[in-house]
Design a protein around this ligand. Structure first.
Ligand code: NGQ
Ligand code: ZN
Length: 452
């Protein structure tokens, strides 16, 4: 049993002072505001709940910053994807484990305590199955276990190169499954995470480019009630190709033909019309926004203000993992909206209300919903995923309540987090994960070899 005491903590009911939190078996057993610290309590100043990165492709952390050279033609999402595929084709299971371990260590250091791993690098380098079809999923699970982050594994179904069942191309060979093979992959993946504390599983039809309508219908039952995530409408070309194929836009197609509800998460949904926004928000599905990657890849800007006005739910994901941080994603989300609307505090819930707090609350709730966590936050029954901030950071000086969150998101850079508990274990202290050095050494050796 661990007893923590916080001078101030963000609870589901709002900020509270003098909060004692009792942790037992990895979960929060009791939260008591308004009590003086007792003898055995470990004392900290400010506590927030950890957030989920609801969308990650862990292996892409290995190529972060390596696709920033202009090519011969106009660089786009599609030319970036060629670079990413070359990198993916070179990686062994050990390489994926090394890269994912460092990534998850970094996520924890930056305030993410759960990751939704949208996992599609399944097969060997020549496209053959590994002896254990879920070998790669097992490496993701190992990385989660070593770092302490909670894992929602989302094995991805990928069968085609474009809309209408087009054949995949050679660069996609490590991703490809038939429906039967995917069923086998799902059961092996369930086994791979079965002993991992806090882990759960869903499915991830990759996109309407990679999955036919019949395949989509066939794999949804394999989620067995768990989350269903799909990339949608990230690029204008994808919208145009979808229109040419079906006469509908990707989000429109999904809302008309798939059982989209609260279990679903539409990743990006960048190019979404007013009509789609209203219908999407009405389903209760989550928008999986990945603001840094969407900026990095030149995707466009999601109509977040309109979506919130329509009652939509969103969470945040780190996607390509080119840069990893809760504050960074939330800041980029708001700044994209400011650049688009040419006004300030666009996503704040209303007059006098903090933008940082609004972003944080949405991302906590939307991330939990998208990764099927019924109880999150600093509340009894939730996994003990807790973040404390360093009150000596200059951007937090003199702040209390929501101004702390605004200082952290908009002004502090990456150094504001002090400690992080993941499933009740203190894995980050003084801003450093206890595995940081080991994970960096292993990652560096791996990436030096991959880029040589
Ligand atoms: C992915 N990433 O699956 O890693 C994709 C690129 C695709 C992003 N969409 C591949 N950011 O969508 O075809
Ligand atoms: Zn993605």
């Amino acid at each position: 049993m661990t007893r923590l005491h916080f001078a101030s903590a963000l609870l589901p009911s709002g900020w509270a002072n003098d909060v004692q939190v009792v942790i037992a078996a990895g979960a929060i057993a009791e939260v008591t505001p308004g009590v003086a610290p007792a003898g055995g309590d470990e004392r900290h100043a400010i506590a927030l709940p950890g957030l989920a990165s609801l969308h990650s492709h862990a292996f892409q952390r290995g190529m972060a910053g390596l696709a920033e050279l202009r090519g011969d033609s106009t660089d786009t999402f599609w030319t970036w994807r060629e670079t990413m595929y070359r990198f993916a084709l070179a990686m062994t299971p050990d390489d994926v484990a090394a890269v994912a371990t460092l990534l998850y260590v970094e996520m924890l250091e930056q305030g993410f305590t759960r990751v939704g791993e949208f996992h599609y690098l399944h097969h060997d380098r020549d496209g053959a199955l590994y002896a254990d079809i879920a070998e790669m999923a097992g490496r993701i699970a190992q990385a989660a276990e070593a770092s302490g982050i909670a894992l929602t594994l989302l094995p991805s179904f990928y069968a085609h190169g474009s809309f209408g069942g087009a054949a995949p191309h050679a660069g996609q060979r490590r991703f490809i499954c038939s429906v039967d093979r995917f069923a086998a992959l799902m059961s092996a993946s369930r086994k791979a995470i079965s002993a991992l504390p806090g882990a759960n599983i869903g499915i991830a039809p990759h996109s309407l480019r990679a999955v036919t309508p019949d395949e989509l219908a066939a794999i949804i039952p394999l989620a067995d009630g768990g989350p269903v995530h799909i990339h949608a409408a990230e690029q204008v070309k994808e919208v145009e190709d979808c229109l040419a194929w079906s006469g509908r836009r990707p989000v429109q197609w999904l809302l008309a033909h798939a059982p989209v509800d609260q279990r679903w998460c539409l990743i990006h949904a960048t190019h979404t019309t007013d009509e789609e926004v209203a219908a999407f928000a009405g389903t209760g599905a989550v928008a999986g926004l990945c603001p840094i990657t969407e900026a990095s890849l030149g995707d466009g800007i999601f109509p977040a203000r309109e979506f919130l006005d329509a009652g939509g739910a969103f969470g945040i994901g780190t996607d390509s993992n080119v840069l990893v941080g809760v504050a960074d994603e939330l800041r980029q989300l708001e700044y994209g909206q400011r650049l688009k609307h040419r006004t300030r505090n666009v996503l704040s819930s209303g007059a006098g209300l903090s933008t940082g707090r609004t972003l944080f609350d949405h991302a906590l709730a939307g991330g939990a919903q998208a990764l099927a966590q019924p109880t999150v936050g600093l509340a009894a029954g939730a996994r003990a995923d807790i973040v404390t901030l360093d009150t000596t950071h200059p951007s937090l000086a003199g702040r209390a309540g929501d101004a702390v969150i605004d200082g952290w998101i908009f002004a502090a850079g990456s150094g504001a987090i002090d400690c992080v508990w993941a499933g009740g274990h203190k894995v980050v202290e003084g801003g450093r994960h206890n595995l940081r050095q080991v994970a960096r050494d292993r990652f560096n050796a791996t990436v030096r070899r991959l880029v040589a």
